[in-house]
Design a protein around this ligand. Structure first.
Ligand code: 4HZ
Length: 296
């Protein structure tokens, strides 16, 4: 078993390739190779792009969050690399070789079974149950933030927008909207910037829609929503128009070939009133029941 390392020395962290860019950060594939013989472990290393004060604080919080999470269905924290000289530090995480769920589904959509998609759904739901137990609200649950560890294991990643729900309230209210993934947002998040476990359940429903649409770009939530509200709306009005069509009970249409029980699950996640949405543990039962229906 790989030992849990806390501090990584920059001189042994060998850059291999860039994995992608997030809101304010960049993630690279590196080999941590203290022996210098290319036998070291592969790791995913995240660093800030802009050293703006506010981003530094958010990055510190992201590190604080991910280092406190210990769950099979959440990407593992490995440690920290303090860059000599540069004031910013780097977050070292486990590297998941199969990449994001979006690229995985595009590549394997012709051979992946409904049963396997329900297994992935169940794992994400378990990860979210754990996150809720820790009083964290993810706020950016989407297929782009799910990583594939193997053909039978996916994990939740990217805790850049994650917040802790205060003890005396059931929700977290955000001040600035920033780069908002509004097409994954619950109505109360669109209208009042309120985020809770129940808004994470709404986003989980949208993620389910992505998954059962095989993460096809032509069927993605943003494109389908823009088609409904009219693509020429300027962005400031987008939130208002999206809220209004949701208020009038428009929802993302059932993906082709989607099992009725699965679409029904999505629709329950998309209850307009947050208290009418199922908890992640109720969703787990619904997923188990759908799994029974799907013989491999
Ligand atoms: C900015 C980075 N983008 C990407 N990362 C990876 C990746 C493969 N394998 C990985 N193993 C550990 C990590 Cl942390 C990332 C990757 N692949 C493609 C990307 F575009 C990222 O963090 N994305 C959020 C999330 F991790 F949820 F997908």
């Amino acid at each position: 078993k790989q030992q849990q390392q806390e501090v990584y020395e920059e001189r042994h962290l060998k850059f291999i390739s860039s994995l992608g860019k997030g809101n304010f950060g960049r993630v690279d594939l590196c080999r941590y190779d203290p022996l210098g013989d290319n036998t070291g472990e592969m790791v995913a290393v995240k660093q800030l792009q802009s050293s703006k004060q506010s981003n530094m604080a958010d990055f510190q919080r992201e590190i604080q969050t991910i280092s406190s999470l210990h769950c099979d269905y959440i990407v593992k924290y490995r440690g920290i690399c303090y860059s000599a000289g540069r004031l910013s530090m780097r977050l070292v995480m486990e590297f998941l070789p199969f990449g994001s769920l979006i690229s995985y589904m595009e590549k394997y959509k012709h051979i992946i079974t409904t049963r396997r998609m329900l297994l992935f759904t169940s794992q994400i739901c378990k990860g979210m149950e754990y996150l809720q137990h820790m009083r964290y609200v993810h706020r950016d649950l989407a297929a782009r933030n799910i990583l594939v560890s193997s053909d039978t294991l996916v994990k939740i990643a990217d805790f850049g927008l994650t917040k802790i729900v205060p003890l005396d309230k059931e929700y977290y209210r955000v001040t600035q909207s920033g780069e908002s993934p509004i097409f994954w947002y619950a109505p109360e998040s669109l209208s009042e910037y309120k985020f809770s476990h129940k808004s994470d359940v709404w986003s989980f429903g949208v993620l389910l829609h992505e998954l059962f649409s095989y993460c096809e770009l032509s069927r993605n939530p943003k494109r389908l929503s823009l088609h409904r509200i009219g693509g020429d709306i300027q962005s400031a009005m987008m939130t208002v128009h999206l809220f209004n069509v949701l208020k009038e009970n428009w929802r993302l249409p059932a993906p082709a070939l989607c099992p009725p029980k699965v679409y029904s699950m999505m629709m329950q996640c998309w209850a307009f009133n947050s208290e009418d949405r199922p908890t992640f543990s109720i969703l787990q039962d619904l997923i188990e029941s759908s799994l029974q229906d799907e013989r491999e």
